[in-house]
Design a binder for this molecule. Structure first.
Ligand code: FA5
Length: 338
């Protein structure tokens, strides 16, 4: 009988280990430890044994039954959805929210700028960040070896066949768009630009521009100035801006727009290089040579273009004192813009 009890124990443990479903486990339980199971049948023979053989069998039977019970209890856990059944689980508690990201302040500004310009009838155009020098320079009236190329510190790609580079400005999108479209044209082209520059509080090597190109009959410089004034009025209210003549090879006349530095209120700070003004964008009337490169007749159409530096605008909008924060990936900074 002792060996029978031990055999039943070993065999049941083996079966418990190989059981695959909770109902199979239950069936095994009843067949072994149930009221009419194998264990009960075995023990029902106990009273008929001679007293000498009976000694110690009661204790062994109890111990074995307890061990089997434990083994079944343990196995049951395997099939239970633990949290739902555990005593301290309260299904009425709110769930744990997964961490969710949010729009980067630069992307958020681009979205609002797109809304603003769509209201004026502009469409959005896109171009590649790895660009041919032909689009970034040549067709924008910046021929090879012309000293004006030095205005942009350029990252060139080695061994790229036709010379390729990381675009230094969003202006090449003007040319690309005009390869497939005819005037009237009103587009904006937001995107990343790259320059091999020393960084400081107001300069990054990787930054964002929003290009705009308008070509139609009778567009004048005053249309450009009016559009820019409306843009600044919309985002900054009655902030002071000023226009300053500036040379860009692809426009004539060309100008820069400065905005009063809202970080120091004109007193001077590292961001505005202690001038009280911050250069926000370059602009001008599209150069007749560039119109010709776009296959647009300069005697019938005129156009204006501008390229806004987005980081600088967003810095003034939120009082951010260092441009390098935008790409530093510091959540303490980014989470302020949720
Ligand atoms: C241009 O890139 C011209 N393509 C703009 C243009 C377009 C002129 C159409 C005429 C017609 P510029 O190099 O000045 O221009 O750059 C434009 C703006 O980008 C600057 O006013 C400034 O706001 C921003 N910017 C330029 N360099 C940096 C830099 N390193 N870091 C952050 N912002 C910059």
């Amino acid at each position: 009988m002792r060996t029978e009890i031990e055999k039943l124990f070993q065999e049941t443990i083996r079966q418990i280990q190989s059981v695959k479903t909770s109902s199979d486990l239950q069936a095994l339980y009843f067949s072994v430890l149930g009221r009419k199971g194998k264990f009960a049948q075995l023990l029902s023979r106990l009273p008929n044994l001679p007293p000498g053989e009976r000694a110690g069998l009661g204790t062994l039977a109890n111990q074995t039954r307890n061990k089997l019970q434990q083994a079944f209890d343990q196995a049951k856990l395997k099939f239970k959805p633990q949290a739902a059944d555990s005593a301290d689980f309260d299904p009425t508690w709110p769930g744990i929210l997964p961490e969710v990201g949010h729009t980067h302040p630069i992307s958020a500004f681009i979205e609002s700028a797109i809304k603003f310009f769509s209201g004026l009838g502009y469409e959005v155009a896109e171009g590649p960040e790895v660009e041919y020098s032909r689009y970034n320079f040549d067709l924008l009236n910046i021929p090879p070896n012309h000293p004006s190329r030095d205005l942009w510190d350029t990252y060139y790609l080695k061994n790229s066949g036709p010379q390729m580079l990381l675009r230094t400005q969003t202006s090449p999108v003007q040319i690309r768009y005009m390869e497939k479209h005819r005037p009237p044209v009103f587009i904006i082209a937001p995107g990343r630009t790259y320059r091999h520059e020393a960084t400081d509080a107001g300069h990054e090597t990787t930054f964002t521009q929003i290009e705009a190109l308008a070509i139609d009959k009778n567009l004048k410089l005053t249309d450009l100035l009016g559009t820019l004034s409306a843009f600044f009025q919309h985002f900054f209210g009655n902030v002071k801006i000023r226009f300053r003549p500036h040379y860009y090879p692809f426009v004539e006349p060309g100008l820069d727009l400065d905005m009063a530095c809202l970080l120091c209120h004109g007193k001077g700070c590292p961001v505005c290089k202690y001038s009280g003004w911050l250069e926000m964008l370059g602009a001008g009337m599209v150069h007749p040579k560039v119109l010709k490169n776009m296959k647009v007749a300069p005697n019938r159409y005129s156009g204006f273009a501008f390229g806004i530096g987005v980081e600088r605008l967003v810095m003034l909008l939120y009082g951010i004192t260092d441009i390098r924060l935008f790409l530093a990936g510091d959540l303490r900074f980014l989470e302020q813009f949720t």
